[in-house]
Design a binder for this molecule. Structure first.
Ligand code: ZN
Length: 256
């Protein structure tokens, strides 16, 4: 049976979506990822991870996959012609509208599965806005936590493989091998930043940045050693971890 929300009929929504159901919204982006990757990377990864998580635990935990929100808040790539992005205000408005729509079903749990680090702050805001407006239990998960938010990236990239770097390129290579061309890829690691104790990605002091602040090519990391094997490993680990997290989400409650 399909666990895609949009495959249900209108009347089926009323029967299939229950108070115990979990709605999972993959969120991607359509933005430049350097010369080696297509614009679709974040959208493809978010959707493929969501599909695999639902395949792993959808039946057991009553998870329904919402259609992927592919265009999101990518204004750090506004300098790059063709990047499709929502303003921060629009992004929050879209999330409010999706939450309002979801609140017309019986579901009480909404999980955002975010494939684009540039959304993370706004998604955190949306969790509370939707809880306040509709009483929904709201959650945010990432296939891998962005380094700018305390996630890890490889030592070779000095922890700064944050956009089009080794891990992301490898995962995409595993999912869409024909769409990666490493011939133009180089190491683009902002070495100077790594010397800082506080003002750095994941440091105690955050800073505003655009993806071309570090290098005009706009990717940050070192994709040169990317491989589909590493990508498969990262993908499988992410899916296993998120499926495990979904078990906790399914029973999560407030109170002591
Ligand atoms: Zn990306």
């Amino acid at each position: 049976m399909s666990r895609r929300y949009e495959d249900l009929t209108g009347p089926e929504i009323a029967e299939a979506i229950k108070p115990s159901s979990i709605l999972l919204l993959p969120i991607g982006a359509i933005e430049q990822h350097g010369p080696h990757l297509p614009m679709s990377v974040d959208t493809v990864i978010a959707e493929e991870v969501a599909t695999a998580v639902v395949a792993a635990c959808g039946e057991e935990l009553d998870v329904w996959q919402l259609p992927t929100l592919s265009i999101s808040k990518s204004n750090e790539h506004a300098w790059s012609p063709g990047t499709l992005y929502l303003s921060p205000e629009t992004m929050l408005a879209v999330l409010r509208d999706i939450g309002r729509s979801i609140a017309t079903t019986a579901a009480q749990r909404l999980v955002l599965l975010n494939g684009h680090g540039g959304n993370t702050t706004h998604l955190g805001t949306a969790l509370r806005e939707l809880r306040l407006a509709h009483g929904l239990k709201t959650f945010l998960m990432h296939p891998s936590l962005p380094p700018a938010y305390g996630g890890t990236s490889t030592e070779e990239e000095l922890g700064m493989g944050i956009h089009g770097g080794l891990n992301e390129t490898s995962v995409f290579m595993y999912l869409r091998p024909d769409e990666v061309d490493l011939s133009g890829a180089e190491r683009k690691v902002p070495e100077r930043l790594a010397e800082n104790t506080h003002v750095k990605f994941g440091g105690s002091v955050s800073f505003g940045w655009l993806s071309n602040d570090f290098d005009p090519d706009g990717y940050i990391g070192d994709p040169t050693g990317a491989s589909a094997e590493l990508g498969k490993q990262l993908f499988d680990n992410a899916v296993a971890k998120l499926a495990e997290a979904m078990v906790e989400i399914s029973t999560f409650d407030f109170g002591r």
